[in-house]
Design a protein around this ligand. Structure first.
Ligand code: FES
Length: 367
Protein backbone atom coordinates (compact mmCIF):
# COMPACT_ATOMS: atom_id res chain seq x y z
CA UNK A 1 0.00 0.00 0.00
CA UNK A 2 1.46 3.27 -1.08
CA UNK A 3 1.91 5.90 1.64
CA UNK A 4 0.53 9.34 0.79
CA UNK A 5 3.10 12.14 0.78
CA UNK A 6 2.39 14.95 3.21
CA UNK A 7 2.90 18.48 2.02
CA UNK A 8 3.71 21.67 3.86
CA UNK A 9 0.08 22.68 3.65
CA UNK A 10 -0.84 19.54 5.54
CA UNK A 11 1.64 20.35 8.23
CA UNK A 12 0.26 23.84 8.52
CA UNK A 13 -3.26 22.52 8.68
CA UNK A 14 -2.33 20.23 11.57
CA UNK A 15 -0.65 23.04 13.39
CA UNK A 16 -3.68 25.24 12.95
CA UNK A 17 -5.91 22.51 14.22
CA UNK A 18 -3.80 22.12 17.33
CA UNK A 19 -3.76 25.86 17.84
CA UNK A 20 -7.48 26.07 17.37
CA UNK A 21 -8.01 23.35 19.91
CA UNK A 22 -5.73 25.13 22.35
CA UNK A 23 -7.45 28.45 21.76
CA UNK A 24 -10.93 27.01 22.16
CA UNK A 25 -10.30 25.66 25.66
CA UNK A 26 -9.65 29.01 27.51
CA UNK A 27 -12.55 30.66 25.74
CA UNK A 28 -15.10 28.31 27.22
CA UNK A 29 -15.51 30.01 30.66
CA UNK A 30 -15.76 33.44 29.05
CA UNK A 31 -18.51 32.62 26.62
CA UNK A 32 -22.07 31.72 27.74
CA UNK A 33 -22.71 28.00 28.13
CA UNK A 34 -24.77 27.89 24.98
CA UNK A 35 -22.39 29.64 22.63
CA UNK A 36 -19.29 27.43 22.82
CA UNK A 37 -21.10 24.51 21.24
CA UNK A 38 -22.27 26.29 18.12
CA UNK A 39 -19.04 28.30 17.91
CA UNK A 40 -16.72 25.34 18.42
CA UNK A 41 -18.75 23.18 16.12
CA UNK A 42 -18.45 25.21 12.93
CA UNK A 43 -14.75 25.94 13.49
CA UNK A 44 -13.41 22.72 14.81
CA UNK A 45 -15.48 20.44 12.68
CA UNK A 46 -14.35 21.64 9.30
CA UNK A 47 -10.76 22.00 10.40
CA UNK A 48 -10.66 18.64 12.05
CA UNK A 49 -12.22 17.15 9.01
CA UNK A 50 -9.85 18.94 6.76
CA UNK A 51 -6.75 18.03 8.73
CA UNK A 52 -6.39 14.41 7.63
CA UNK A 53 -7.48 15.13 4.09
CA UNK A 54 -4.84 16.83 1.96
CA UNK A 55 -7.47 17.87 -0.54
CA UNK A 56 -9.13 19.98 2.13
CA UNK A 57 -6.21 22.42 2.23
CA UNK A 58 -7.90 25.65 1.26
CA UNK A 59 -6.35 28.38 -0.81
CA UNK A 60 -2.93 28.69 -2.32
CA UNK A 61 0.14 27.32 -0.62
CA UNK A 62 2.41 29.60 1.35
CA UNK A 63 5.03 30.89 -0.91
CA UNK A 64 7.70 32.00 1.51
CA UNK A 65 9.11 31.36 4.95
CA UNK A 66 7.54 34.60 6.08
CA UNK A 67 4.11 33.30 5.13
CA UNK A 68 4.73 30.04 6.97
CA UNK A 69 5.83 31.86 10.09
CA UNK A 70 2.83 34.17 9.89
CA UNK A 71 0.55 31.19 9.57
CA UNK A 72 2.12 29.53 12.58
CA UNK A 73 1.71 32.66 14.64
CA UNK A 74 -1.85 33.10 13.44
CA UNK A 75 -2.82 29.68 14.78
CA UNK A 76 -6.38 28.40 14.49
CA UNK A 77 -7.99 31.87 14.54
CA UNK A 78 -6.59 32.58 11.07
CA UNK A 79 -8.00 30.91 8.00
CA UNK A 80 -5.64 28.57 6.25
CA UNK A 81 -6.09 30.48 3.03
CA UNK A 82 -4.76 33.69 4.49
CA UNK A 83 -1.24 34.15 3.15
CA UNK A 84 -0.75 37.47 4.88
CA UNK A 85 0.05 38.71 8.35
CA UNK A 86 -2.10 38.11 11.41
CA UNK A 87 -4.03 41.37 11.34
CA UNK A 88 -5.77 40.85 7.99
CA UNK A 89 -6.29 37.23 8.93
CA UNK A 90 -8.10 38.30 12.06
CA UNK A 91 -10.27 40.61 10.03
CA UNK A 92 -11.12 37.80 7.68
CA UNK A 93 -11.91 35.45 10.54
CA UNK A 94 -14.21 38.03 12.08
CA UNK A 95 -16.03 38.54 8.84
CA UNK A 96 -16.56 34.81 8.32
CA UNK A 97 -17.66 34.09 11.89
CA UNK A 98 -21.36 33.30 12.35
CA UNK A 99 -23.66 35.94 13.74
CA UNK A 100 -23.91 36.01 17.47
CA UNK A 101 -20.44 34.73 17.95
CA UNK A 102 -18.40 37.10 20.05
CA UNK A 103 -15.67 38.73 18.08
CA UNK A 104 -12.30 37.30 19.00
CA UNK A 105 -9.88 39.58 20.64
CA UNK A 106 -6.74 40.71 18.84
CA UNK A 107 -4.62 38.40 20.93
CA UNK A 108 -6.93 35.50 20.22
CA UNK A 109 -6.97 36.28 16.52
CA UNK A 110 -3.25 36.46 16.33
CA UNK A 111 -2.78 33.55 18.70
CA UNK A 112 -0.09 33.29 21.27
CA UNK A 113 3.21 34.62 20.12
CA UNK A 114 5.71 31.80 19.76
CA UNK A 115 9.41 31.96 20.19
CA UNK A 116 11.65 30.33 17.59
CA UNK A 117 12.31 27.44 19.97
CA UNK A 118 8.57 26.84 20.30
CA UNK A 119 8.11 26.91 16.58
CA UNK A 120 10.89 24.41 16.09
CA UNK A 121 9.37 22.22 18.75
CA UNK A 122 6.07 22.30 16.94
CA UNK A 123 7.73 21.42 13.70
CA UNK A 124 9.36 18.42 15.35
CA UNK A 125 6.09 17.29 16.85
CA UNK A 126 4.39 17.52 13.50
CA UNK A 127 7.18 15.52 11.95
CA UNK A 128 6.99 12.88 14.64
CA UNK A 129 3.21 12.66 14.28
CA UNK A 130 2.93 11.87 10.60
CA UNK A 131 6.26 12.36 9.10
CA UNK A 132 4.96 15.20 6.94
CA UNK A 133 7.93 17.28 7.85
CA UNK A 134 10.09 15.09 5.70
CA UNK A 135 9.03 17.02 2.68
CA UNK A 136 10.04 20.40 4.05
CA UNK A 137 13.21 18.91 5.35
CA UNK A 138 13.84 17.43 1.98
CA UNK A 139 13.01 20.77 0.46
CA UNK A 140 15.38 22.44 2.83
CA UNK A 141 17.96 19.82 2.03
CA UNK A 142 17.40 20.57 -1.60
CA UNK A 143 17.73 24.26 -1.07
CA UNK A 144 20.83 23.77 1.04
CA UNK A 145 22.42 21.44 -1.46
CA UNK A 146 25.76 22.72 -2.66
CA UNK A 147 25.31 24.85 -5.71
CA UNK A 148 27.80 24.70 -8.46
CA UNK A 149 30.12 27.63 -8.26
CA UNK A 150 29.68 30.06 -11.13
CA UNK A 151 32.54 30.22 -13.57
CA UNK A 152 35.20 32.73 -12.71
CA UNK A 153 35.20 35.75 -14.96
CA UNK A 154 38.10 36.15 -17.29
CA UNK A 155 40.99 37.88 -15.65
CA UNK A 156 41.32 41.35 -17.10
CA UNK A 157 44.58 42.08 -18.86
CA UNK A 158 46.75 44.37 -16.81
CA UNK A 159 47.15 47.81 -18.26
CA UNK A 160 50.53 48.40 -19.84
CA UNK A 161 51.34 44.72 -20.42
CA UNK A 162 49.53 44.46 -23.72
CA UNK A 163 48.49 47.26 -26.03
CA UNK A 164 45.90 47.20 -28.77
CA UNK A 165 47.17 46.58 -32.25
CA UNK A 166 45.92 49.97 -33.41
CA UNK A 167 47.99 51.70 -30.74
CA UNK A 168 51.10 49.73 -31.71
CA UNK A 169 50.65 50.62 -35.36
CA UNK A 170 50.21 54.27 -34.45
CA UNK A 171 53.41 54.29 -32.43
CA UNK A 172 55.34 52.61 -35.26
CA UNK A 173 54.13 55.19 -37.76
CA UNK A 174 55.04 58.02 -35.40
CA UNK A 175 58.55 56.62 -34.90
CA UNK A 176 59.06 56.17 -38.64
CA UNK A 177 58.06 59.71 -39.53
CA UNK A 178 60.12 61.07 -36.64
CA UNK A 179 63.20 59.21 -37.92
CA UNK A 180 62.67 60.51 -41.44
CA UNK A 181 62.31 64.02 -40.14
CA UNK A 182 65.46 63.76 -38.03
CA UNK A 183 67.48 62.33 -40.93
CA UNK A 184 66.32 65.10 -43.24
CA UNK A 185 67.25 67.72 -40.66
CA UNK A 186 70.72 66.27 -40.12
CA UNK A 187 71.51 65.77 -43.81
CA UNK A 188 70.16 69.19 -44.68
CA UNK A 189 72.32 70.77 -42.00
CA UNK A 190 75.45 68.83 -42.96
CA UNK A 191 75.17 69.45 -46.69
CA UNK A 192 73.58 72.87 -46.46
CA UNK A 193 70.56 71.67 -48.40
CA UNK A 194 67.56 73.80 -47.53
CA UNK A 195 65.19 71.43 -49.36
CA UNK A 196 66.06 68.60 -47.00
CA UNK A 197 65.52 70.88 -44.02
CA UNK A 198 62.14 71.83 -45.44
CA UNK A 199 61.17 68.19 -45.88
CA UNK A 200 62.22 67.48 -42.30
CA UNK A 201 60.14 70.37 -41.02
CA UNK A 202 57.17 69.21 -43.07
CA UNK A 203 57.44 65.67 -41.75
CA UNK A 204 57.72 66.90 -38.18
CA UNK A 205 54.70 69.12 -38.63
CA UNK A 206 52.73 66.19 -40.00
CA UNK A 207 53.46 64.36 -36.76
CA UNK A 208 51.71 67.01 -34.75
CA UNK A 209 48.64 67.80 -36.82
CA UNK A 210 47.60 68.69 -40.39
CA UNK A 211 47.34 72.30 -39.25
CA UNK A 212 50.94 72.27 -38.07
CA UNK A 213 52.00 70.52 -41.28
CA UNK A 214 50.47 73.32 -43.30
CA UNK A 215 52.27 75.92 -41.22
CA UNK A 216 55.52 73.98 -41.55
CA UNK A 217 55.15 73.88 -45.32
CA UNK A 218 54.47 77.60 -45.43
CA UNK A 219 57.44 78.33 -43.19
CA UNK A 220 59.66 76.10 -45.30
CA UNK A 221 58.74 77.90 -48.52
CA UNK A 222 59.31 81.24 -46.84
CA UNK A 223 62.64 80.08 -45.43
CA UNK A 224 63.86 78.86 -48.80
CA UNK A 225 62.93 82.17 -50.39
CA UNK A 226 64.71 84.09 -47.65
CA UNK A 227 67.85 82.01 -48.05
CA UNK A 228 67.78 82.56 -51.81
CA UNK A 229 67.57 86.31 -51.35
CA UNK A 230 70.38 86.24 -48.80
CA UNK A 231 72.53 84.23 -51.19
CA UNK A 232 71.82 86.76 -53.93
CA UNK A 233 73.20 89.50 -51.70
CA UNK A 234 76.62 87.76 -51.72
CA UNK A 235 77.81 87.44 -55.39
CA UNK A 236 80.23 84.76 -56.45
CA UNK A 237 83.86 85.69 -55.99
CA UNK A 238 86.60 83.75 -57.75
CA UNK A 239 89.55 83.63 -55.47
CA UNK A 240 92.74 83.30 -57.52
CA UNK A 241 96.27 82.97 -56.29
CA UNK A 242 98.26 86.16 -56.29
CA UNK A 243 100.08 87.00 -59.52
CA UNK A 244 103.33 87.60 -57.65
CA UNK A 245 104.78 85.04 -55.30
CA UNK A 246 108.17 83.98 -54.01
CA UNK A 247 109.61 80.57 -54.80
CA UNK A 248 112.67 80.53 -52.60
CA UNK A 249 116.40 81.28 -53.04
CA UNK A 250 118.58 80.37 -56.04
CA UNK A 251 120.25 77.62 -54.09
CA UNK A 252 117.01 75.61 -54.10
CA UNK A 253 117.36 74.98 -57.83
CA UNK A 254 120.44 73.06 -58.94
CA UNK A 255 121.79 73.40 -62.47
CA UNK A 256 119.95 71.52 -65.23
CA UNK A 257 117.02 70.63 -63.11
CA UNK A 258 113.27 71.24 -63.42
CA UNK A 259 111.29 71.81 -60.23
CA UNK A 260 107.67 70.61 -60.08
CA UNK A 261 107.23 72.17 -56.64
CA UNK A 262 104.97 75.01 -57.83
CA UNK A 263 103.22 73.31 -60.68
CA UNK A 264 100.02 72.35 -58.86
CA UNK A 265 99.77 75.52 -56.78
CA UNK A 266 100.81 78.18 -59.30
CA UNK A 267 101.03 76.33 -62.61
CA UNK A 268 104.75 76.96 -63.28
CA UNK A 269 108.02 75.09 -63.47
CA UNK A 270 111.23 76.66 -62.19
CA UNK A 271 114.05 75.68 -64.57
CA UNK A 272 117.79 76.10 -63.98
CA UNK A 273 119.72 75.33 -67.12
CA UNK A 274 122.63 76.40 -69.25
CA UNK A 275 121.32 74.80 -72.43
CA UNK A 276 119.67 77.91 -73.87
CA UNK A 277 122.29 79.88 -75.82
CA UNK A 278 124.95 78.56 -73.47
CA UNK A 279 123.88 80.89 -70.64
CA UNK A 280 123.46 79.79 -67.03
CA UNK A 281 120.08 81.12 -66.10
CA UNK A 282 116.89 80.44 -64.09
CA UNK A 283 113.46 81.12 -65.53
CA UNK A 284 109.83 80.18 -64.92
CA UNK A 285 107.88 78.27 -67.60
CA UNK A 286 104.06 78.18 -67.71
CA UNK A 287 102.71 74.64 -67.51
CA UNK A 288 100.34 75.18 -70.43
CA UNK A 289 100.73 73.40 -73.74
CA UNK A 290 100.88 75.81 -76.64
CA UNK A 291 98.78 73.46 -78.75
CA UNK A 292 95.39 73.37 -77.06
CA UNK A 293 96.17 74.26 -73.48
CA UNK A 294 96.69 70.87 -71.82
CA UNK A 295 99.16 70.47 -68.95
CA UNK A 296 102.34 68.65 -69.99
CA UNK A 297 104.44 66.54 -67.61
CA UNK A 298 108.17 66.75 -66.98
CA UNK A 299 109.80 63.40 -67.75
CA UNK A 300 113.07 63.48 -65.87
CA UNK A 301 114.31 60.28 -67.50
CA UNK A 302 113.80 61.68 -70.97
CA UNK A 303 114.70 65.24 -69.99
CA UNK A 304 111.65 66.69 -71.73
CA UNK A 305 108.15 68.01 -71.25
CA UNK A 306 105.53 65.73 -72.74
CA UNK A 307 101.95 66.73 -73.37
CA UNK A 308 99.50 63.85 -72.70
CA UNK A 309 96.81 65.21 -75.00
CA UNK A 310 98.40 65.08 -78.44
CA UNK A 311 101.99 64.15 -77.76
CA UNK A 312 103.73 67.47 -78.11
CA UNK A 313 107.25 67.49 -76.71
CA UNK A 314 109.38 70.32 -75.37
CA UNK A 315 113.02 70.50 -74.35
CA UNK A 316 114.12 71.63 -70.89
CA UNK A 317 114.52 75.11 -72.31
CA UNK A 318 110.84 75.10 -73.37
CA UNK A 319 111.50 74.86 -77.09
CA UNK A 320 108.99 72.61 -78.85
CA UNK A 321 110.48 69.80 -80.90
CA UNK A 322 107.67 67.25 -81.49
CA UNK A 323 103.93 67.02 -81.79
CA UNK A 324 101.41 69.58 -82.90
CA UNK A 325 102.53 72.34 -80.53
CA UNK A 326 103.27 75.32 -82.86
CA UNK A 327 105.57 77.28 -80.55
CA UNK A 328 107.67 77.07 -77.41
CA UNK A 329 106.27 77.25 -73.86
CA UNK A 330 105.85 80.73 -72.40
CA UNK A 331 107.99 82.26 -69.66
CA UNK A 332 106.71 84.20 -66.64
CA UNK A 333 108.33 87.28 -65.21
CA UNK A 334 111.09 86.49 -62.70
CA UNK A 335 113.34 88.59 -60.52
CA UNK A 336 115.32 88.50 -57.31
CA UNK A 337 113.39 90.28 -54.60
CA UNK A 338 114.90 92.55 -51.98
CA UNK A 339 115.16 89.68 -49.56
CA UNK A 340 117.14 87.60 -52.07
CA UNK A 341 114.26 85.33 -52.89
CA UNK A 342 113.15 84.54 -56.40
CA UNK A 343 109.86 86.24 -57.14
CA UNK A 344 107.57 85.11 -59.97
CA UNK A 345 105.21 87.54 -61.67
CA UNK A 346 102.50 85.72 -63.57
CA UNK A 347 100.92 88.92 -64.80
CA UNK A 348 103.52 89.15 -67.55
CA UNK A 349 104.37 86.55 -70.19
CA UNK A 350 107.26 86.20 -72.56
CA UNK A 351 107.06 84.37 -75.91
CA UNK A 352 110.18 83.10 -77.64
CA UNK A 353 108.77 83.46 -81.19
CA UNK A 354 108.10 87.09 -80.36
CA UNK A 355 111.74 87.66 -79.33
CA UNK A 356 110.64 88.37 -75.78
CA UNK A 357 112.95 85.86 -74.11
CA UNK A 358 115.72 88.33 -74.48
CA UNK A 359 113.96 90.54 -71.92
CA UNK A 360 115.99 90.53 -68.71
CA UNK A 361 112.79 90.35 -66.65
CA UNK A 362 112.05 86.94 -68.18
CA UNK A 363 115.01 85.21 -66.47
CA UNK A 364 117.64 85.51 -63.74
CA UNK A 365 121.20 84.93 -64.82
CA UNK A 366 123.29 82.95 -62.41
CA UNK A 367 126.83 84.19 -62.13
FE1 FES B 1 99.33 69.50 -75.84
FE2 FES B 1 97.72 69.09 -77.85
S1 FES B 1 97.37 70.18 -76.10
S2 FES B 1 99.71 68.51 -77.63
Amino acid sequence: MEEKKTSTADILAKIRAQKAAAAAAPETPVSPPETPAPVAAPESAPIAAAAPAPAAAPGPKPTSTKDIMAAIRGGGAKPAAAPVASTPAAVTAASTAPAGTPAPSTAAAAGPKLSPQEMLQKMREAKAAGGPAAAPVAAVAKTTAPVAAPPMPAKPVAAGKAKPAAVRRGMASFATVACISAICFVLGYLFGNSLLIAVGALAWGALLSPFMAAWAALASVGGIGTLGIARFMFPNVLVEPPSKFKVGPLSDYPLNTVSNKWKDQFGIWVVHTDQYEGRNMIFALASVCTHLGCTPNWLDGEQKFKCPCHGSGFYMTGINFEGPAPRPLERMGLRIAEDGMLEVNKSVKFQEEMGQWTDTTSYVEVV
